[in-house]
Design a protein around this ligand. Structure first.
Ligand SMILES: NC(=O)c1ccc[n+]([C@@H]2O[C@H](COP(=O)([O-])OP(=O)(O)OC[C@H]3O[C@@H](n4cnc5c(N)ncnc54)[C@H](OP(=O)(O)O)[C@@H]3O)[C@@H](O)[C@H]2O)c1
Length: 335
């Protein structure tokens, strides 16, 4: 069968997506971005991955978040993206904001992990080849490396920008003191940090509690939230047990042990609040992150187009009454 040629929806910027400025930069990102950590590897079908990527772009999602090791297998999400890039998204390259990262285990030996200059430079070259790209829009240090001088990691980021292989740089999961030094180093070398990427959701409020959001803002960086649905826990996915095609059942970082009776009770109570608001729990969890402008964008994962559509509906109702916020706090704290 001859595949139809993809043509992006003409109304992709009028379909309800909003765009937020990343820190004190010239860059706007969609309030909802799509991440390829799961659901785009070589264990998934290319046709499905393509469908989700096309649909996302048709709905105004122009930011795709990747990393060297996304899959499974490692590197295969970048390969999938590269194939879609080559066959359908290439004409839209200048509308897209594409990220990748290095810092977690990727290839054997001492250079396939952490934050040395050797590792970051080699990894980005591999990523560009897999993704069929000449440059990425943002390259992240995926995690703070306590064994490598921070200056070495940051100088590698600076040089990557100077080489034209990335337009901007970012840091992910850095503890506050390391983040402070990273912001300073990058600023002093005229490559200001564009984004801090951190795990932020109703079950994990560390970025607010540890003032990471505030610190990003003070340093002119945007904050981009990952795992907004706690990998699917903050949805209706597990209300009736563990579906066979779910992330828990497929095996990986999210374990069945995360579904304790206490957590399930919280999920049910949050689900009730969401229903009162006329939303699904997934919509409410995303809306809760977007309710104020501290968050530049929320990176969702989705195993289907239907999930993506549900998540996008969050944008239609991001206001919360004081009473709703109190109800949510009381569910989370048990007080
Ligand atoms: N910087 C880092 O270290 C880091 C770490 C993790 C993630 N990230 C980034 O953040 C992205 C998102 O992370 P994540 O995948 O954990 O995000 P998430 O949005 O918290 O979880 C996505 C999962 O939730 C379920 N889901 C999504 N929408 C749903 C809906 N409307 N209703 C019911 N279930 C729904 C799906 O699970 P099922 O598969 O069960 O359907 C989906 O695979 C990643 O792809 C990656 O780009 C970055």
């Amino acid at each position: 069968m001859i595949e139809p040629v993809y043509r992006a929806a003409d109304d992709r910027y009028q379909s309800g997506m909003t765009y937020r400025r990343a820190g004190r930069s010239g860059i706007f990102l969609p309030a909802i971005s799509l991440g390829l950590w799961h659901n785009f590897g070589d264990v998934d079908t290319l046709a499905d991955s393509k469908r989700k990527l096309h649909h996302a772009f048709d709905c105004g999602i122009n930011h795709f978040d990747l990393a060297n090791n996304y899959g499974p297998s490692d590197g295969s999400a970048e390969e999938t993206f590269g194939r879609v890039m080559k066959t359908s998204l290439a004409p839209y390259r200048d509308e897209l904001f594409i990220s990748t990262k290095a810092g977690h285990d990727m290839w054997p030996g001492p250079y396939g992990t952490w934050g040395s200059r050797k590792s970051l430079m080699a990894s980005l070259d591999q990523s560009l080849r897999r993704m069929n790209l000449e440059y990425v829009d943002i390259f992240y240090s995926h995690r703070y490396d306590p064994g490598t001088p921070l200056e070495e990691t940051m100088q590698a980021l600076v040089d990557i920008v100077r080489q034209g292989k990335a337009l901007y740089v970012g840091i992910s999961k850095y503890p506050p003191e390391a983040a402070r030094r990273a912001y300073e180093y990058l600023r002093e070398h005229d490559v200001p940090c564009l984004l801090y990427q951190g795990r932020y959701n109703l079950f994990n409020t560390e970025p607010a509690d540890l003032h990471i959001l505030e610190q990003a803002r003070e340093n002119g960086a945007g904050f981009i939230a990952f795992s907004p649905l706690a990998q699917g826990l903050l949805t209706n996915r597990y209300l009736e047990g563990i579906p066979a095609d779910s992330r828990i059942a497929r095996g990986g970082f999210l374990k069945a042990s995360a579904l304790t009776d206490e957590t399930l009770a919280k999920i049910r109570a949050l689900n009730d609040i969401a229903l009162q608001r006329g939303q699904t729990l997934a919509e409410m969890a995303i809306a809760w992150l977007l309710k104020d402008d501290w968050v530049t964008s929320v990176i969702v994962g989705a195993s289907s187009v239907a999930q993506l559509d549900d998540n996008l509906k969050a944008l239609q109702h991001t206001d919360f009454s004081e009473e709703e916020l109190q109800q949510i706090t009381s569910v989370l704290t048990g007080v």
